[in-house]
Design a protein around this ligand. Structure first.
Ligand code: IPE
Ligand code: IPE
Ligand code: MG
Length: 256
């Protein structure tokens, strides 16, 4: 997990194809990609087929994010709790991750996408860790879309780690306790330098965060879609943006 340097505003590698999101569209969209298993089951297929089809939906969402002028896209690909699944499914998921890392990096580079990882990449096999770091390095200069993939990610663990890092900074005399405020604490999180998500989308009809971006979600708009992740594409992305556009964000202030 590499800390992400400060980087706003993003210069362009090229303008978005259209600006459908408009100036008031979300800058940062985060997605809980759920429903691969149910998609496969409904077709009488093994769960692996659902995860494969989910990979195609990831491609479509990256393209849609770019088209709508979204600057940060964060995808929940594997939770810290997903290690509890049967070993065969974990193996399928890690094999797919290995495959996509090899096949997609040049496409991401060509599209001006920067890739970052949050979570615990150290829990994956060494070759995957190496390829993840290489992909982060290779795409570090890309500015069109900042794609963050959450892998073995858990929001509570992220917060505990940040607390530990802040405590160490105090003990070592690099920071005074009274200097620890919200922005400073956020700088110890894996998402340092990335703005909080404006919009969090979850597919498959489930209405929970499942330990995703707990700190960062404080004022995110939540959109729950019934579509199963492998069926997610441009239309569903646009539908989520349309729901977002209907919301009035108040941040605790009086209704305007
Ligand atoms: C999301 O789909 C993918 C991961 C969590 C890795 P699921 O595998 O959770 O699919 P459902 O929820 O069982 O349908
Ligand atoms: C959340 O989905 C994690 C990801 C989408 C990667 P899960 O399917 O694991 O969540 P629960 O178990 O339904 O809460
Ligand atoms: Mg699920």
């Amino acid at each position: 997990m590499q800390p992400v340097p400060e980087q706003s505003p993003l210069p362009d590698n090229g303008p978005p194809i259209s600006d459908v999101g408009g100036p008031h569209g979300p800058a940062h969209v985060a997605i809980i990609m759920d429903g691969n298993g149910r998609w496969a089951k409904s077709r009488g297929l093994p769960r692996l087929a659902g995860h494969r089809a989910g990979g195609e939906a990831v491609r479509r969402s990256v393209a849609a994010a770019i088209r709508h002028g979204v600057r940060w896209l964060t995808l929940y690909a594997f939770s810290a709790e997903n290690w509890r699944r049967p070993a065969s499914e974990v193996l399928d998921l890690t094999s797919l991750l290995r495959h996509y890392l090899r096949s997609e990096i040049s496409a991401l580079t060509a599209e001006g996408v920067r890739l970052s990882v949050i979570g615990e990449p150290g829990r994956f096999a060494e070759d995957i860790q190496r390829n993840l770091s290489a992909a982060e390095r290779l795409t570090a200069g890309n500015r069109r879309l900042h794609l963050t993939v959450a892998l073995s990610y858990g929001g509570r663990t992220e917060i505990v780690r940040a607390a530990r890092a802040a405590a160490a900074a105090i003990v070592e005399g690099r920071m005074r306790p009274e200097e620890l405020d919200e922005p400073r604490f956020a700088s110890f999180l894996a998402t340092a330098g990335i703005p909080d998500p404006d919009l969090i989308v979850r597919t498959s009809g489930e209405r929970r965060l499942s330990n995703f971006l707990l700190w960062q979600a404080a004022y995110a708009e939540l959109v729950f879609l019934d579509v199963l992740w492998p069926d997610f594409g441009e239309t569903e992305f646009a539908a989520a943006l349309a729901q977002y556009a209907q919301r009035e964000r108040r941040f605790g202030a009086r209704p305007g």
